[in-house]
Design a protein around this ligand. Sequence first.
Ligand code: KG4
Ligand code: ZN
Length: 328
Amino acid sequence: MKVLGIESSCDDTGIALIEDGHIIFNEILKQEHRKGVIPEYAAQAHHVALYENARKIIADHAIDLIAYTVGPGLIGSLFVGSSFAKGLAYSMNVDSIGINHLEAHIILPFWLARAVPIEFPYLSLLISGGHTLVVLVKELGGYEILSTTLDDAVGETFDKIARKLDLDYPGGPNIEKLALEAKCVYNFQFPRVMANNNDFSFSGLKTASFKQISEDMCLEAKADFCNQFQRHIAKILGEKMERMHKNAKEQFPMLLKHWVISGGVAANKVIRQYFDVLAAKNEVQVFYPPIEICTDNGVMIACLGELLYAKNGPSSLSVKPEAQMRLC
Ligand code: KG4
Ligand code: ZN
């Protein structure tokens, strides 16, 4: 079965084609938003990108199913992508299915892991621009949120701090890049906010970071800052994951053997290295999507579409996008 996946929840347009467990085509069209996403511009750019790029695939392949993002995300971007997908499905007389963006991030590594399959239940850490969640994945469609953020998401924190450091959007990759220049000459202090709580909070860390970033900060100091900041983030994420792992083990003492780390922030190599060590310490195997499909992409929408279509069948063409759509 050939599934076309269309992702348009924020600024990047993802178009992908999968067939029977394989990725045939994957294109991510990045938009230019140097100081942060402008929603009206993002919606318009999705429109142009979809019309220009989806045409190639439709011309070359007989599509069986079109999967598209219905939420959460920017409402204008969601409307453009879902209207395009449903219109296309109607005109081609094929089924379509609306997909939850969060669920797609969480399920992508499960779909990709064929050589070493991921087993339910697994513990998922979803770290993106809009969300920071620890989710116990009991089965496809069976989710329990164990931890969330009380304020900013982790990717949003990277982006806001990058902006303060005068780095372009998206901030995460630029912080990671500048951190490679660190010489560890300058020292910065970061608070361990909500250390004894199940939930995350990043606004205190953001304020403490802002106070240490001055307008005349030299590039060497900025590099040291980025290095220490991302290592601190890795530690916060790791502490919460370990805590939630212990809680989840009470529910599934023998079964919980796998962790999945996904969402745009999971592209960060320092965070991945930290979790490699932490997973070994907790005697679990950890999985990440390949870096090129960590940030938003059409593959994750297509693969969840394939799995849910097999389970529940298609969606109605009257499905409406939801900006605040929840995972469960
Ligand atoms: O999953 P995603 O593409 O979009 C949402 O669903 O939000 O995640 C985007 C977020 C942005 O905040 C971006 O700064 C962050 O992921 N990000 C990173 C890295 N690459 C992307 N954060 C840290 N390190 C990275 N290498
Ligand atoms: Zn995302």
